[in-house]
Write a protein that binds this ligand. Structure first.
Ligand code: CU
Length: 231
């Protein structure tokens, strides 16, 4: 192989690394929007709904998204929805899966995550005017963080959350995007250094390449461990 061929190969690898970084950024921006979205997720090692108090207008749809700590579900308490209202049960959802429910009847709705209800993963939705059985007795499963807000508080604030929502929703995705970007660049640097200097028979170049590769692989392991909740 001559040097020009090496250089072309190196630049192709750099481009692939840059593309991988771009994919990471795309993951983050796809999380924007959706005012009526509840993330069924984790914060400070606790299972939480974010937000755990949400106001919607009658006829609006709420999207429940299974997030960190999945599998999760979204299930209404049978006896804590307004009279005449339909309950819901998303079934078990893996991370990234969503479930939608449209709320037609005004009142207060309490709900929980099936796998984590005993760990306090519960939430409340108010549609129009608060009311119904959910307002008449305390929720049977206390939230792991904070308190279930009153219906009036939810109407007043729109969203009530014990979690800084941007931290919770953006951080994992920034970590993933940034982590994979960095991993790509380190692997590109490792392979590139090796290819670039192969002809020279320079052992120090081998060391730089091997160190970058090792760092890239270690980082990737770290990102994966973070994703599955070990780190
Ligand atoms: Cu859960």
């Amino acid at each position: 192989m001559d040097r020009d061929t090496d250089r072309r190969g190196f630049m192709t690898t750099v481009a692939a690394g840059a593309a991988a970084t771009g994919v990471g950024a795309g993951v983050a921006s796809a999380q924007e929007g959706d005012e009526n979205r509840v993330r069924i997720t984790m914060h400070d090692d606790e299972y939480v709904m974010v937000p755990h108090g949400l106001y919607v207008e009658p006829g609006e749809t709420v999207i429940f998204e299974s997030h960190v700590g999945a599998p999760h579900s979204s299930v209404s308490y049978d006896d804590r929805v307004p009279e005449g209202a339909e309950g819901w049960d998303s079934g078990i959802m893996d991370q990234g899966e969503t479930f939608e429910h449209t709320f037609e009847v005004e009142g207060t709705y309490d709900y929980f995550c099936g796998p984590h209800v005993t760990l306090g993963q519960v939430g409340r939705i108010v549609v129009g005017e608060p009311g119904g059985p959910a307002e008449e007795s305390p929720i049977p499963d206390e939230p792991a963080l904070g308190e279930i807000p009153s219906g009036d508080e939810i109407v007043e604030q729109g969203r009530v959350s014990v979690v800084e929502e941007e931290d919770d929703t953006w951080l994992p995705f920034s970590l993933v995007g940034g982590g994979f970007g960095l991993v790509s660049l380190l692997i590109v640097a490792g392979v590139g250094t090796y290819v670039w200097n192969k002809e020279e028979g320079d052992n120090s170049a081998w060391s730089v390449g091997a160190a970058s590769l090792a760092a890239g692989i270690l980082l990737m392991v770290g990102v994966v461990l973070h994703l599955i909740g070990v780190l």
